[in-house]
Write a protein that binds this ligand. Structure first.
Ligand code: ITT
Length: 201
């Protein structure tokens, strides 16, 4: 069976491929949705990750007869009242670079003692315009006072994971995936899938 990933984020795709490897679903193939680049993206203006993930999955599933997986994620910083949250990709403005987003987090937390934060991921599965399933994964950590590591993507170099005593930016993709929000969401999704999810047709 083919699963089409509706994401333009290479870091997310890499983690999805890793999830498939560990899923035990041997007849499952994962590929980026054909012509994704030529499809105008839907507005991601929902108030929750669930809404945005479902919007993306349902929208892109209108361009194929196959199964489509989309994901919405973000960083929630306690001292910032949960920001940037669903606005994580555009925290420093629409089209902002990862560097600009990271710089704004550091600036917003200057002098702040409470560095608690979490990453949240919601993965949604759809077929032919119908939402099939949506799952959430989370991971808790601390926001560093400077970037550490050049692996991963997005806010990874700022996210200190206490059990490993290093930032997500210092981890191999495999090690990050063992504990990450996306790893947790995708493992839950594939567990349900293995348990006999009704995938429609
Ligand atoms: P798609 O919508 O095409 O999947 P995107 O990058 O626009 O890709 P989102 O709208 O879900 O994805 O934005 C989530 C942002 O949150 C992402 O751009 C990163 O800045 C951040 N983020 C999410 N997961 C992350 C992770 O594992 N590590 C670091 N930053 C992450």
């Amino acid at each position: 069976m083919m699963l089409y990933a509706a994401t333009s984020n290479a870091g997310k795709l890499r983690e999805l491929l890793m999830a498939r490897e560990g899923s035990g679903l041997t007849d499952l193939n994962v590929e980026v949705l054909p012509n994704l680049r030529d499809i105008a993206p839907p507005a991601e203006d929902g108030a929750t990750y669930e809404e945005n993930a479902a919007t993306k999955a349902v929208y892109y599933s209108g361009f194929t007869t196959g199964l489509v997986l989309a994901e919405d994620s973000g960083l929630e910083v306690e001292a910032l009242g949960g920001a940037p949250g669903v606005r994580s990709a555009r925290y420093a403005g629409v089209g902002a670079t990862e560097a600009a987003n990271n710089a704004l987090i550091l600036e917003s937390l200057a002098g702040q003692a409470n560095r608690r934060a979490r990453f949240v991921s919601v993965a949604a599965l759809a077929r032919r315009g119908r939402l099939i399933q949506s799952v959430r994964g989370e991971v808790s950590g601390l926001i560093l006072t400077e970037l550490r590591g050049d692996r991963g993507f997005g806010y990874d170099p700022l996210f200190f994971y206490e059990p490993f005593a290093c930032s997500f930016g210092e981890l191999t993709p495999e090690r990050k995936f063992e504990v990450s929000h996306r790893g947790n969401a995708l493992r839950a999704l594939f567990r349900e899938w293995s348990g006999g999810l009704d995938l429609g047709h």
